[in-house]
Structure formats: structure tokens, C-alpha cells
Design a protein around this ligand. Structure first.
Ligand code: ADP
Ligand code: MG
Length: 468
């Protein structure tokens, strides 16, 4: 590490600027956990290089920090156009020894406890029980599989159980219901509920602190492992390996594994053996609820809150809010809040219609996707900005995001090519050409399909809405 005084001052300034840009406590906590893992930092040409030990750290930290640190360098007045890159650097023998020493001799009893009490399991949401889950044709199969798994833990053919479907349709609810059931009926059982993102974070930290053996041992002792949102592991190769081994170990010992994802296993673009492992168990989809199920969910939520709402208003919500259950709950909460604030005003349909106007408009936009929404979702997916996509230049790294957005706009909207062109500040021939490029690359680049699946999911669509 080039440790001239100037350079460490510069680094302090970058860190302070970056920290100042953070919005949430969570982000600050994450930074405090991760930055001490950087072995070195320094400017080489127009690259600001940060050294780490592991491939996965390199990949994961680049995703999280490269762009924001580039902005911080610029905002701190330390240079424009400097690229932040993470590089692998083997730790020096001295640094290694310090890490190991820390492991063997914790400074105090407190430190030991903290290590032991690593946050392996997240709390289960109190209301996410089977009792509170309304069954309907859209989820009855997933519900049946989840009940079977809860009752016959590790002894059913549904292992692993893989539940997938769009956001807000009840995947997490169903998964946690299994956890509640098992804990209620078998208090001895060790249950872990965790999102794949947290799982990955812990893995990265375990590598950094030489705690991999402890990490592995911990995850392999659970009777029930609930892994939420596994679409998150896509593209993280080294982590996939760890993920696979963890699941495999549990299955060998007849421990139960349940996973959820917002796309189907085959869209995850994981290694073949991982997908076939998932498919040896049970894969089940949750779909959007029908009108009857939406109404039943509304009634059940009313009962749970011990409230009554006129049935014409419930019907109105069920008819108009269709996208997902979370939106239905949102509408209901708003109505209930209104009643609480205005206890003397009798609630009628007209008031409710007014109250929910923007939510219903949003539902309509969810139905009719606009090129703007597509540009936004695509930009988010690739970690670029809307302006990047619309910008006139031909920067190589922006070609795929831009053409992808054009392709999706052609597939998912009914706008004419000239209209789509306007949204991109480009001619309609450019939109046509861009869209064709993606179409051509599809058969040889599986990554593109995965991108389509993920961006479509953000837009409340399935890959089959695009590729058929
Ligand atoms: P997902 O994990 O699929 O994004 P969640 O499980 O977080 O969705 O569900 C979103 C909200 O909708 C939660 O508050 C959940 O309780 C509720 N919900 C979803 N499906 C049902 C259902 N069938 N019955 C009752 N509540 C449901
Ligand atoms: Mg969820």
C-alpha cells in the first residue's frame, strides 16, 4: 500500500464524502463492516485501486462501492473521471497473522459473545402464519406444499421446496408460516430464516475474518433453513458454490430447505447442477390472486384487525386493486386510517374512490407499461442512470442497457416506433436497429435472457410476456 501522508489524507476525505452521501443507518453500518476489509488503496494512473483478498469481495464490493466512490472522489474535488477498481491482493504474512491471532485470542469475553451471536436468523413476522394466509386457486398448490413441508419436516419429497412468483404475492408470508408452524409444534427445532442478501453478506464477512469454518458449521446445523429471495445469488459464482454446498449438506442429513424467488428456477441462469438440485424437490408458483381471492383476503385482513367496512367498498377495492396483495393491504390500511381520523363521518363509496384514486391510477400504469418505466427499470438493473440511457453518445458500456430498454419498449408497450424513439431522444430507425441487436444476441448470450426476466419482474411482467 502506498502510504504517503497525502494519500491517506485523500482517502480520509473520500471516505468522509462517501459517508456524507449515505441516507440510511443500514448503509452506514454496512460501510463500517466492509471498509476495514480493504487492504490497500491508492491512485495508479487514472485508476483508484482498492486491494481485497477474495474474488467474491472484489465482485461484491465493486457492485456496491465502485460507482459511489467514483462520485465521492469527484465531489471531494480529488479528480474527475477517476475509475475505482477493486483488485485482488494477497495479504501480507503480517496482516494474516493479525487476523489469526484475533481469532484465537478474543480481546474480551464480550468479543467472543459477539462472534457467537452473529445474526444468522432474522425474526419471523408475527402475522405471517398459515392461519392468516388466504387460500385460492392462485396459491393453493404452494400452500399445500408448504403445509406438507411444515408437518413432515425433512421427511417429504418436497425438499427443497422452491416457491416463486411476482412481488407481493405472499412468498415470504408462506415461507415464514412454515417457520412458525415448526417452532410452535417442535420448540427444539432449530430454524433459520434469512434473505439471500444477508446470507451473502455474512459469507463475505466470514471470508474476511477467516471465519469460514464457523460460518459453514453454523449453517449446516439447522433443521429448517428458509432462504428468501434467492434470485439474489445470480451471477455470483463463488457464492453459488457455497450456497450449493450448504443446501446439499442439509439435504444429505434430511434437513429441510425452503427457497423463494421472484423468477422461476430456470430463469435464474444458475449452474445446471444447482437448478437440477432445486428441481429434485418441489417447484411451485404463486400467481396473482383472482377477484374472489382478493375479496377473501380483504375480509380476512378486516377480521384480523377487528374492523368492519361496508361491502361495496371492499368490492370496489377487490375489483380495482389487482396487481398484488401488498397493494390491496395498502388500500385497506388507507381506508381504515381514514375511518380512525374521521370517526364521525360515514364512509361511503364516493369517499373511498377519492381516497384511493392515486392507487388505482398506479394500477392502471402497472397494466400499461410506458417506455419511461421501462427505461427506469432497465437503468436500475444495469446500475446506470436514465440520463445515461437517453444520452446522445455511443459509450460502449451503455449500448447494451440502451438497446435492452429499446427492445423491451417494443415488446411491452403498444407505442409506435416513432413514439418510442421520442422517449429515447432518438430516431425510430435507431430503436428498430437496437431492438434487433438484442434479438440477435439472445440465442448466444444466456445472460441477456436473465436480464429480461429480472427487468420484466420489476415491471410486474413475466419473461413469457416478452419472449413469445
Ligand atoms: P412476496 O414475498 O411474494 O413479495 P409477501 O409474502 O411479502 O410477498 O406478501 C405481501 C403482503 O401480502 C404481506 O403482508 C402478506 O401477509 C400479504 N399476503 C400475500 N398473500 C396473502 C394471502 N394469500 N393471504 C393473506 N395475506 C397475504
Ligand atoms: Mg418476499
Amino acid at each position: 500500500m502506498s502510504e504517503s501522508n497525502n494519500e491517506s489524507l485523500a482517502w480520509e476525505k473520500i471516505v468522509a464524502t462517501y459517508r456524507g452521501s449515505l441516507q440510511s443507518l443500514e448503509e452506514i453500518k454496512r460501510m463500517e463492516l466492509h471498509f476495514p476489509q480493504f487492504l490497500s488503496h491508492g491512485l495508479v494512473g487514472s485508476e483508484f485501486r482498492i486491494g481485497v483478498t477474495e474474488d467474491l469481495q472484489k465482485q461484491w464490493f465493486s457492485e456496491l462501492y465502485s460507482k459511489p466512490l467514483e462520485a465521492a472522489i469527484k465531489n471531494a474535488g480529488l479528480g474527475d473521471g477517476i475509475k475505482v477498481v477493486f483488485v485482488i491482493e494477497k495479504p501480507s504474512a503480517i496482516a494474516k497473522a493479525t487476523v489469526e491471532e484475533k481469532q484465537i485470542k478474543p480481546k474480551s469475553a464480550q468479543a467472543t459473545r459477539r462472534v457467537r451471536a452473529l445474526p444468522s436468523t432474522l425474526p419471523l413476522h408475527e402475522n405471517y402464519t398459515f392461519k392468516n394466509f388466504v387460500r385460492g386457486p392462485s396459491n393453493s398448490f404452494a400452500h399445500a406444499a408448504a403445509t406438507a413441508v411444515a408437518k413432515g419436516l425433512g421427511r417429504t419429497a418436497y425438499n427443497p421446496l422452491f416457491i416463486w412468483g411476482g412481488t407481493g404475492l405472499g412468498k415470504t408470508h408462506l415461507m415464514e408460516a412454515i417457520g412458525h408452524y415448526v417452532l410452535d409444534n417442535n420448540p427444539e427445532a432449530s430454524v433459520c430464516y434469512i434473505t439471500s442478501e444477508t446470507f451473502l453478506n455474512e459469507y463475505v464477512n466470514a471470508i474476511a475474518s477467516a471465519g469460514l469454518p464457523a460460518f459453514r458449521a453454523r449453517y449446516r446445523k439447522y433443521d429448517l433453513l428458509l432462504l428468501d429471495d434467492v434470485q439474489f445469488i445470480v451471477g455470483k459464482k463463488q457464492f453459488q458454490e457455497e450456497f450449493f454446498n450448504t443446501i446439499n449438506q442439509l439435504l444429505i442429513y434430511n434437513k429441510q430447505v425452503v427457497m423463494t424467488s421472484d423468477v422461476a428456477p430456470k430463469e435464474l441462469q444458475l449452474e445446471e447442477r444447482l437448478i437440477s438440485r432445486f428441481q429434485q424437490g418441489m417447484v411451485t408458483e404463486i400467481e396473482s390472486p383472482s377477484y374472489e381471492t382478493r375479496l377473501a383476503i380483504l375480509k380476512s385482513k378486516m377480521q384480523a384487525r377487528n374492523r368492519e367496512i361496508p361491502s361495496d367498498i371492499l368490492n370496489f377495492i377487490a375489483e380495482n386493486i389487482r396487481s398484488h396483495v401488498r397493494a390491496i393491504e395498502g388500500a385497506l390500511s388507507r381506508v381504515v386510517t381514514f375511518i380512525d381520523i374521521n370517526p364521525t363521518m360515514p364512509l361511503n363509496l364516493e369517499i373511498a374512490q377519492n381516497l384511493l384514486k392515486d392507487m388505482i391510477e398506479e394500477e392502471v400504469t402497472i397494466k400499461n407499461i410506458t417506455p419511461e418505466a421501462i427505461i427506469q427499470a432497465t437503468a436500475e438493473h444495469y446500475g446506470v442512470t436514465i440520463n445515461d440511457i437517453k444520452a446522445p453518445g455511443r459509450t460502449q458500456s451503455l449500448v447494451t442497457p440502451r438497446q435492452m430498454a429499446m427492445f423491451l419498449a417494443c415488446k411491452l408497450t403498444t407505442d409506435s416506433l416513432p413514439d418510442i424513439g421520442k422517449s429515447f431522444d432518438r430516431k425510430h430507425t435507431t430503436v428498430y436497429y437496437g431492438s434487433q441487436q438484442i434479438q440477435k444476441r439472445l440465442s448466444v448470450e444466456p445472460d441477456l435472457k436473465q436480464a429480461i426476466a429480472q427487468i420484466s419482474a420489476k415491471l410486474g411482467r413475466k419473461i413469457s410476456d416478452v419472449l413469445e
